[in-house]
Design a protein around this ligand. Structure first.
Ligand SMILES: NC(=O)c1ccc[n+]([C@@H]2O[C@H](COP(=O)([O-])OP(=O)(O)OC[C@H]3O[C@@H](n4cnc5c(N)ncnc54)[C@H](OP(=O)(O)O)[C@@H]3O)[C@@H](O)[C@H]2O)c1
Length: 290
């Protein structure tokens, strides 16, 4: 069983933070700020470009928890799925090397089907016995995520925010069973920011382009969420909404900006009244996407 951290905010090193054009010194500064702010849980993945290597270097010697993933590989511009035992073993060896750690605190299967989860189980158990990984989890959506609960996995990672409430029951059941629950996309990958469509940095442009390609949330729902979250501090309200759900152990977010991180670190659960108002935003299941 993984002990939940006392500060429920986690920091993900992904997206622009792993790209060659994002200065490593800036990444180190935000990671330093996160550490100083009490963050103890970091997340990354081999397919987030140079993220693992950069995170490993920035956290060298720090007594913190790092999760990473397996099952998705970058082949040039394409992402390819591979949950074979050989691929998982290779990924674990490479992640340990890049992170500079003898063992991985937590390894998630990234976006598996139920069949892929079951096929991967023997190699995951073996890697645990060998001491190469300490804990295993599933990062994904819907049925595979539900399947991970109660079948020997230590953690689940899934999307959760004011618009996307699909995994609420799965998180609740996981919490009952002592499985670590990690919510991603608490800020809908930046879309709740009213300035999202007015990029100021290369990272902003990158995220805008990614959102246009993915088109994950209906524009009308985003507009409604922005209105309901208000102008004062929409990110703090969106994070506060997720923090208000006690079934969530860790709210995993990310940022390239020290000012945004300061707001994130100050986020706190919302009042019942405020949550009730935001509850109305929840999308119909068929519209919900992470
Ligand atoms: N979402 C997924 O599908 C997924 C899947 C697997 C794992 N993860 C993990 O989850 C982590 C979190 O990523 P996410 O994209 O899901 O997180 P998120 O919290 O939904 O979105 C992060 C985005 O919000 C912006 N932001 C952060 N703080 C802000 C603030 N105070 N005000 C306005 N904008 C703010 C950031 O841009 P700025 O740089 O401009 O602040 C960034 O674009 C990842 O790093 C990764 O480790 C996510």
């Amino acid at each position: 069983m993984i002990a939940p951290p006392s500060l429920r905010i986690g920091f993900g090193v992904s997206g622009p933070l792993g790209q060659f054009w994002f200065r490593e010194a800036e990444l180190r500064a935000v990671i330093r700020q996160a550490l100083d702010g009490g963050v103890t849980h970091f997340d990354t993945a081999p397919f987030y470009f140079d993220a693992e290597k950069r995170l490993g270097a920035a956290l060298a010697g720090a007594a913190v928890f790092i999760s990473t993933k397996t099952g998705t590989r970058r082949h040039g511009r394409r992402l390819v799925k591979d949950f074979s035992a050989t691929a998982i073993r290779e990924d674990v060896a490479e992640s340990r090397r890049r992170l500079g750690r003898p063992s991985l605190d937590l390894l998630y299967l990234h976006g598996p089907t139920i069949a892929e989860i079951e096929a991967a189980r023997p190699v995951l158990d073996a890697l645990k016995r060998e001491g190469r990984i300490c804990a295993i989890g599933v990062c994904g959506e819907g049925e595979p995520l539900a399947h991970a609960v109660g079948t020997g996995f230590d953690a689940i990672m899934g999307a959760y925010n004011v618009l996307d409430r699909r995994h609420e029951e799965i998180f609740a059941e996981a919490k009952r069973q002592g499985v670590l629950t990690v919510a991603v996309a608490p800020l809908a990958q930046g879309l709740f920011d009213p300035r999202f469509n007015r990029p100021r940095t290369l990272s902003d442009l990158w995220r805008l382009a990614r959102a246009r390609v993915r088109g994950r949330y209906p524009p009308a729902a985003i507009a409604a969420a922005r209105r309901a979250l208000g102008d004062a501090d929409p990110a703090a309200a969106a994070l506060g909404f997720v923090l208000s759900n006690r079934d969530i152990d860790i709210v995993m977010t990310t940022t390239t900006k020290p000012g945004h991180l300061a707001a994130t670190l100050a986020a706190a659960p919302l009042s019942g009244e405020r949550c009730k108002a935001l509850n109305r935003l929840s999308l119909d299941p068929e519209l919900r996407r992470s």
